[in-house]
Design a protein around this ligand. Structure first.
Ligand SMILES: [Zn+2]
Length: 553
């Protein structure tokens, strides 16, 4: 959020035409051979061939002139028509494609990259946080009372607080919550979003058996119990959620993000997104993965509702949690935690997981699996190796993939999976990761971009658990030891793959070059965003050919 001064976005073209060019080449032969192919420099678009032979009436909708274009040497023009990049060429070679109606974006000294993708966010959570109490510095009942008073002014039917540290979550007693929030229905999330302290008043929305479970848990809910209660709380109204979602998406757009993949969502979010798109106020593309335990996910799987796919919104799949978190000691490990007896638990049997994947396959939905521990990642590999899937089935996404020894990484090789990693979690988890895992496991934990030697990789922030910072993620991934990617990898290979992990194709696209034929999701920066100081600013953000100038106020 740094430098996010209030700013104004002006829509200058409303033309949005969706075109899928997501080329996820699930080559079953990824490995060293594939890494070798990354070394081949991105091909420069054969300029004259791209332009000659085009009829004069095929004028450009948009032309970006004077900037450097990623993957090409020297300044190039980018030509956009019908939401697609139709040429990357010398500007002298595309003059004939200009008409009076062509929008010219002149950016001498600017730098054009593909639009950035944050492949793991929780949009509804991030949006509602605007109204939630900030509990990150709360340690006592008094501090909790103060934080909750701040939020009651804007609260709806129940109040949400977010950000309790592990220590505060462990220390605060139910009686202190009642004292701080007398008779108020409150849901107080831990900072990893995977546990919550709730008040007695909140249980009025729960069926009796679940209420008993909450009481038995002493109002401290972990993992699935916390999610179960959350799902039963009254949904946020669209008129409240929509504007909050819009604020979050605007913030992302100002970091050059043109697409987000949002995890474990509800139909309330989808409704809010549809409303924003109708009003022409949805600034980025959104892929939604519904929380598998919600009835709306069941309706989609059973074919009672149709999959929503609009120019900017794609209800792409479902999200399942195979294990918990490292901080809470609930991620499922093959060997016990270093600081406790347990090894965490898997939430599904192999058979159940196989059935869930098969259900999604029947509807053409993608499955996103939360898997932090090696036991969970190994389960995905084991199940997929046995499962017979339709030829057109989508890659299974593994979210987080944090504790994976070399042999479990190898087990992913050749499987129809892609890994969605959160590069900054390696440092953000440092305060507890060594205690939980011990020194030896830490040497291979958090592989991040190195997983590219086994499968395609995407990168995401896990916002709001961690703020969106795509170029921060790029810097972490770009620092990966090239030797981890294969014998032929160089620093340049690593840096290019790190950028590719932040684009629509992920590392399956091999590089992040802007090419003719790409969907016109682009960012025009004031300079190359890989240069950290000063941080690059997006000047224009283009989604499906629709241009939006990003103006600092
Ligand atoms: Zn997450």
């Amino acid at each position: 959020m740094t430098g996010q001064v209030a700013s104004k976005v002006r829509t200058t073209s409303q033309r949005v035409q969706h075109r899928i060019v997501l080329v996820l080449l699930a080559t079953a032969c990824l490995g060293c051979g594939a890494v070798r192919r990354f070394l081949i420099p991105p091909a420069v678009t054969p300029v004259s061939k791209a332009v000659t032979g085009q009829r004069r009436q095929e004028f450009a909708d948009v032309m970006i002139l004077g900037g450097h274009v990623h993957g090409h040497a020297g300044p190039r023009a980018v030509v956009i028509r019908d939401g697609v990049v139709t040429a990357v060429a010398l500007s002298s070679e595309v003059t004939q494609l200009r008409s009076g109606a062509t929008q010219l974006i002149k950016v001498a000294g600017g730098y054009v990259t593909p639009g950035l993708v944050d492949a793991h966010v929780h949009l509804e959570g991030a949006a509602l946080l605007a109204d939630a109490a900030d509990l990150r510095r709360v340690g006592t009942a008094q501090q909790l009372a103060k934080a909750m008073v701040m939020t009651s002014a804007t609260g709806g039917e129940w109040l949400w607080g977010f950000g309790l540290s592990q220590a505060a979550f462990a220390a605060l007693q139910p009686s202190e919550v009642e004292q701080a929030c007398p008779d108020l229905p409150v849901y107080l999330s831990r900072d990893d979003g995977h546990a919550a302290l709730v008040s007695a008043a909140l249980t009025k929305w729960l069926p009796p058996d679940l209420r008993d479970e909450v009481v038995a848990a002493n109002y401290k809910l972990d993992g699935e119990l916390a999610r179960h209660v959350w799902r039963l709380l009254p949904a946020q109204r669209t008129e409240r959620l929509g504007p909050l979602v819009r604020v979050v998406l605007d913030t992302l757009q100002h970091q050059g993000i043109t697409e987000v993949h949002t995890m474990g969502e509800s139909s309330a979010l989808v409704t809010a997104l549809v409303q924003l798109e109708r009003e022409g106020r949805l600034p980025v593309r959104v892929k939604v993965y519904l929380d598998t335990a919600r009835p709306e996910a069941g309706d989609l799987i059973d074919g009672r509702t149709k999959r929503l796919h609009t120019p900017l919104i794609d209800v792409a799949g479902i999200k399942l949690w195979l294990d918990g978190t490292l901080g809470a000691g609930t991620a499922a490990l093959l060997q016990p935690y270093s600081d406790r007896q347990s090894a965490g638990q898997l939430r599904y049997s192999d058979g159940e997981l196989g059935l869930r994947i098969a259900d999604a396959d029947r509807r053409g939905l993608q499955v996103a699996l939360h898997a932090i521990g090696d036991a969970a990642v190994a389960q995905v590999a084991r199940v997929l190796r046995k499962l017979v899937r339709p030829a057109q089935a989508q890659l299974v996404r593994i979210e987080h993939v944090q504790v994976v020894p070399p042999e479990v990484r190898e087990a992913l090789w050749g499987l129809p999976v892609e890994c969605s990693v959160q590069p900054r979690h390696a440092t953000e988890d440092a305060s507890f990761a060594k205690a939980r895992l011990g020194a030896e496991r830490l040497t291979w934990a958090y592989p991040g971009l190195a997983l590219v030697a086994q499968c395609p990789v995407r990168s995401g922030s896990d916002m709001p658990v961690s703020p969106a910072d795509p170029m921060g993620d790029w810097r972490v991934m770009a620092a990966t030891d090239p030797a981890q990617l294969g014998v032929d990898a160089t620093r340049g290979t690593v840096e290019e793959l790190a950028l590719a992990a932040l684009t629509a194709r992920g590392t399956a696209g091999k590089d992040a070059a802007v090419r003719a034929g790409d969907t016109a999701d682009l960012v025009v920066w004031d300079h190359d965003p890989r240069i950290a100081t000063p941080p690059a600013k997006p000047l224009w953000v283009i989604v499906g050919g629709s241009t939006q100038q990003v103006l600092a106020r």
